[in-house]
Design a protein. Structure first.
Lengths: 386, 332, 375
């Protein structure tokens, strides 16, 4: 953490120099940025542009507000990658305020927050983790004597953009589970009710994959705009498909092979977990392709043998019973199914040619009969013989 | 012709006796029109179906056992492809190797489940086990029979001559033929009746993860089906899984149904009932299938045969006698 | 020209023999390797060329046997006695070939005898099977004098001739049932057969058209053999048959029109689709043209006119059987995603059947007293 603390609030300098100081060569840095570009689904050359943006002299300020949360989102971010890269990420931005990572505390920290907000008014990115309690004016979560609700309103109105990280901030998460005693509310809903027009990006997940967050941030840094979002304000590059689409157990689903109980034969063989309540078929996330903790294949819930519980999907995680079967979404027929009407209206070519051939023979023969029989004038000799 | 009337009558009677004796009496021949007392069947709810094809896989697996619809002497498992065989069995349609198939119909973008408008719906095709099966009525040798107790329409291999009239007659195009074989058989769903003795039931229902296919007594299935039609879309309902009286339930929201239980009246009623969120015509069911007992259509013809035999013999003999006399008179 | 003068080994005969050889090989191939290997039949097209042409068409072409047999032996219209033998022999060939085709077409030919002992009287197919067996036997008995005469078995000939009216009546009975039951076969599939052909009167239509075809076929053969043997065609017989054709084709036309009007409506026949056009073609060639031509006196009294009408009726009725057997179900089966065009083996077996019938009839004429020519 030493380097991190040193850099915290440091003057803006030549970023590449600082990288070099921290043992990161220019080559490594470019490699990393190209990797990020590829992850975002951008052309490889974009890596250079990302590097340019990331190494820009003035790092964009970021303020991080934690409300009703478990710090899982921060933890996941800290485990984002190999140590050197972790530092890199944090050096791309200027993290002005983060309750967990802050060196200072109490009054000192709050003063810094206010100072930074004033200096960077309308330019900083606000990251929120945790849901905001609204019941009884939000008294269930206070920081420095202010409710999280008031803080969000204050910090949100002055931000350039808001990233709601984690399921809690995105759609309510654990605190909002029935009966929701604190009135836990996601960020975008509070913005809606307060009429705050600042754009909100949701990065749901419990915890979310850190790369979904980092990529969004880097995208913003590079293009000065937010990535393409779906109807729930989730970046499409990460939440565009359901887990079911990319799940390594999908062939078992397609073949109808299901684990019926934890530890049974099918479970041991890695069969589909649908019958155990896997919510993969109705949950949008890139877990099966991005995986967690950079340790290789299988490092995600379904990979370890547990059904997906749908944390990234509003109305699924913490809402539906863990082991009730999912409603399958976004099946894309008919790639794997025969259509009930494989044929078209009318007659297939084979029968058509058969019928046409028969008709041709019939017309020809009938024509020949008519011409030979009726074409002759008068009757032939047999008739005269009578 | 040196034949007197007595000779003629005697010969005619002897010749046609065999035909008359075939006893084309309605009592002997009539097809059952009532649901058998212990009739079992399947209720398929297309709104619950997720298209996982588990039913297809397990259908093949359990019907490849002795007594199953796909069983073949010397082949223990038709669903298992021999090593090195150059194909992967992804059945597209009912065939001699597939007696149960999941198909889809979709329109436009195909995004909305159970909707005809930019939507799709699954459908499970297999034998409907008609109460009065056309296939059994047209089989010249009685190789297809309806079990009088559980109503399963099943196949007796060593009777079949392979005329394929059952395939012509079936309004749902269910019986399929082993064209690829030189000793072919007809293949169709037999509701896994070979598993009843061991207390099991249709594999497609046993392995359906969502309860889209449930097995049970037809009367119970009819009740369950009409109950589902009374539910309000959006309400939650405990859908039974595997069997209609199962303790295992799957709670989920009720989709919008078409007000129609397919199989109550179609072709005189079937033991396979279907519910769906889209019209059944859209799911591949022939709109020309009427609510009538198909065997009645041919029986109307067959029932006239004794009268025709008697009438032709009488009228023919009379004509012969009259015209013969007139000819003789002319000559005389 | 005398029957002994018929040359057996003409180029035509050689061609027929080659056709038969190819068809025979195809039939053997089918027996050893199955239907899938030899035909293009499939799960939506269980019946194809063999059933539609060989069986439905062949049996209809053989109707002459019972019509003329009935006229001569039951109605005692002795005028037609000269043509009764060829008619019955022709019927025997027709039925034998239909039976052969059925044997090849059913999947398990060695169980062909099953219907005889495993009765299932609900089945039209059972009725058909029993009739084929009984009627082939009947026809064999009716034709037996031909052989018996050749073998100089006078007693046996006399016995058969004596009971001939009863056999003929039995034949008429069986044929009435059999011709109509071939139509009744399709009654079970109202949802597949196009309404242009489907009707509850299908059995009657098959019967009436078979009678019409019988008259034309017998007349056709009479004219043909007269030309081969270069003798005068029996004009009064031909005119009688033509008068009969006029009446029957009128009745058939009425029945067909009634079905069209009360069934699907006239509009369906004129919607321009392939199926409707096939229906129109069948109606024009097989029914309307023959009927209208026969109304003209100089057509129905002249040999050439009668011959032309006979051709039209034969073409039209065979077309009708092909239509009922294949075209009527084309739209339904195409919608199911299946197609059918007969394989070359199906064609060659059918061709061999026709060749066998022609050659067999020729050989019979040469060696047996088919045409009851003066010795």
């Amino acid at each position: 953490m030493k380097g991190f603390i040193e850099d915290f609030g440091a003057e803006a300098g030549d970023a590449l120099d600082r990288f070099a100081r921290n043992g990161v060569s220019r080559r490594d840095f470019l490699k990393f940025c190209t990797g990020v570009a590829l992850f975002l689904g951008l052309p490889g050359e974009m890596g250079a542009r990302i590097a340019e943006a990331a190494a820009a002299a003035k790092r964009p300020p970021v303020l991080w507000l934690s409300a009703q949360e478990c710090t899982g989102c921060t933890e996941t971010l800290l485990r984002a990658s190999h140590p050197t890269l972790e530092k890199l990420i944090l050096e791309l931005i200027s993290l002005e305020y983060h309750e967990t990572l802050l060196v200072g505390s109490g009054k000192q920290a709050e003063e810094w927050r206010e100072k930074s907000m004033k200096e960077n008014r309308g330019k900083y990115i606000l990251v929120v983790d945790g849901s905001i309690p609204v019941k009884e004016n939000g008294i269930y979560c206070k920081i420095g004597g202010k409710t999280a609700l008031a803080l969000l309103e204050e910090m949100g109105t002055q931000a350039a953009a808001v990233i709601a990280i984690g399921s809690c901030a995105s759609w309510g998460g654990v605190p909002s589970a029935d009966p929701n005693p604190t009135g836990a509310t996601p960020v975008h809903e509070i913005f809606k009710s307060k009429g705050i027009k600042v754009p909100v990006v949701n990065i749901p997940g419990c915890p979310p994959n850190p790369y979904n967050f980092l990529s969004t941030v880097l995208y913003y840094l590079t293009f000065k705009k937010l990535p393409e979002l779906d109807d729930q304000a989730r970046p499409k590059f990460a939440y565009g498909r359901i887990i079911h689409d990319n799940c390594e157990r999908r062939p078992h689903f397609d073949a109808g092979r299901f684990a019926l109980q934890f530890g049974d034969d099918g479970h041991r063989k890695g069969y589909c977990l649908y019958k155990l309540g896997c919510k993969g078929p109705e949950t949008h996330a890139n877990c099966p392709i991005q995986l967690f903790n950079d340790v290789g294949s299988g490092a995600w819930p379904v990979g370890t043998g547990h059904p997906c519980f749908g944390c990234t999907e509003k109305g699924v995680g913490f809402t539906k019973p863990l082991h009730s079967p999912a409603v399958v979404k976004d099946l894309t027929p008919p790639s794997l199914f025969t259509e009930v009407y494989p044929g078209k209206e009318g007659v297939s070519p084979g029968v058509k040619s058969l019928a046409t051939g028969v008709a041709g023979v019939a017309i020809g023969a009938a024509g020949a009969a008519l011409i030979s029989g009726l074409g002759k004038k008068g009757d032939d000799k047999e008739d005269k013989g009578e | 012709m040196g034949m007197n009337r007595r000779d003629f009558l005697r010969t005619a009677a002897a010749g046609s006796g065999a035909l008359l004796a075939s006893g084309v009496s309605p009592a002997f021949a009539s097809m059952p029109k009532e649901l058998p007392t212990g009739a079992v069947g399947i209720l398929y709810d297309a709104t619950l179906c997720i298209g996982c094809k588990s039913c297809m896989v397990n259908c093949k697996k359990y019907n490849s056992e002795p007594g199953g619809a796909l069983y073949l002497q010397g082949r223990t498992a038709s669903y298992e492809v021999k090593p090195g065989a150059p194909f992967w069995d992804s059945a597209e349609d009912l065939s001699s190797r597939t007696v149960n198939v999941i198909k889809v119909n979709k329109s436009g973008t195909g995004l909305n489940k159970d909707s005809t408008d930019n939507g799709f719906s699954f459908i499970k095709q297999h034998c409907l086990h008609c109460i009065t099966p056309a296939c059994a009525s047209v089989c010249p040798v009685g190789a297809l029979k309806k079990n009088p107790v559980n109503g399963v329409v099943h196949y007796i291999e060593n009777r079949c001559i392979g005329c394929r009239y059952c395939m012509m007659a079936c309004p749902f195009n269910i019986p399929k033929y082993e064209y690829e074989s030189a000793t072919p058989q007809v293949r169709k769903c037999q509701l896994c009746y070979h598993r009843y003795d061991e207390g099991k039931y249709s594999a497609c229902c046993e392995f359906c993860p969502t309860g889209a296919s449930i097995f049970g007594k037809v009367l119970d299935l009819r009740k369950e089906a009409s109950r589902r039609l009374t539910l309000k879309p959006g309400d939650e309902y405990d859908f039974p899984v595997q069997t209609v009286d199962s303790k295992q339930k799957s709670r989920r929201k009720v989709s919008k149904y078409i007000e129609h239980v397919y199989g109550l009246k179609e072709a005189g009623g079937t033991q396979y009932l279907l519910l769906a969120g889209v019209p059944f015509e859209w799911l591949g069911f022939n709109r020309n299938i009427k609510d009538q007992f198909l065997p009645d259509l041919t029986w109307a013809y067959i029932a006239k045969i004794p009268a025709v035999i008697a009438g032709v013999i009488l009228a023919g003999t009379a004509t012969w006698a009259v015209t013969r006399k007139r000819n003789k008179d002319k000559e005389g | 020209m005398n029957q002994k003068d018929i040359k057996l080994f003409t180029p035509t005969t050689v061609v027929l023999l080659i056709v038969m050889a190819v068809g025979g090989l195809a039939a053997f191939y089918r027996l050893f390797f199955g239907l899938g290997a030899s035909t293009h039949l499939n799960n939506a097209w269980p019946w194809g060329l063999w059933i539609s042409f060989d069986v439905l068409g062949g049996v209809a072409l053989a109707a002459g046997g019972f019509v003329i047999g009935g006229a001569v032996y039951i109605l005692n219209w002795k005028k037609y006695e000269p043509i009764v033998r060829p008619a019955i022999l022709n019927a025997f060939f027709g039925y034998a070939l239909a039976a052969t085709s059925i044997t090849l077409d059913i999947g398990v030919p060695w169980r062909i005898w099953h219907p005889v002992i495993m009765w299932q009287v609900n089945s039209i197919m059972f009725i058909v099977a029993i009739h084929v067996v009984l009627y082939t036997t009947t026809l064999a008995t009716e034709s037996s004098p031909l052989i018996l005469e050749r073998l100089n078995m006078k007693k046996a000939v006399n016995f058969v001739e004596k009971i001939m009216p009863a056999i003929a009546l039995f034949g008429v009975l069986l044929s009435l049932l059999h011709q109509s039951s071939l139509g009744a076969v399709f009654l079970i599939a109202p949802e597949k057969v196009s309404p242009l052909w489907y009707s509850s009167t299908l059995p009657y239509l098959f019967l009436v058209s078979a009678v019409l075809l019988a008259l034309s076929m017998v007349s056709f053969e009479t004219i043909l053999s007269a030309r081969v043997f270069r003798h005068k065609p029996p004009l009064d017989i031909l005119r009688g048959l033509a008068r009969g054709s006029l009446v029957v084709s009128g009745l058939y036309l009425l029945l067909k029109l009634k079905d069209l009007v009360t069934g699907p409506g006239v509009g369906l026949a004129f919607n321009g689709s392939l199926v409707s056009n096939m229906y129109l073609l069948e109606m024009i060639v097989g029914i309307i043209l023959p009927f209208c031509l026969l109304l003209l006196k100089n057509v129905r009294t002249g040999v050439n006119g009668i011959f032309a009408v006979n051709m039209l009726v034969i073409i039209g009725t065979v077309l009708n059987r092909m239509n009922v057997g294949i075209v009527s179900m084309a739209e339904h089966n195409s919608r199911m995603g299946y197609d059918y065009f007969p394989s070359w083996m199906e064609f060659s077996v059918t061709m061999a059947m026709i060749a066998f019938a022609i050659l067999g009839f020729k050989i019979s004429v040469k060696y047996l007293n088919v045409l009851k020519l003066e010795h």
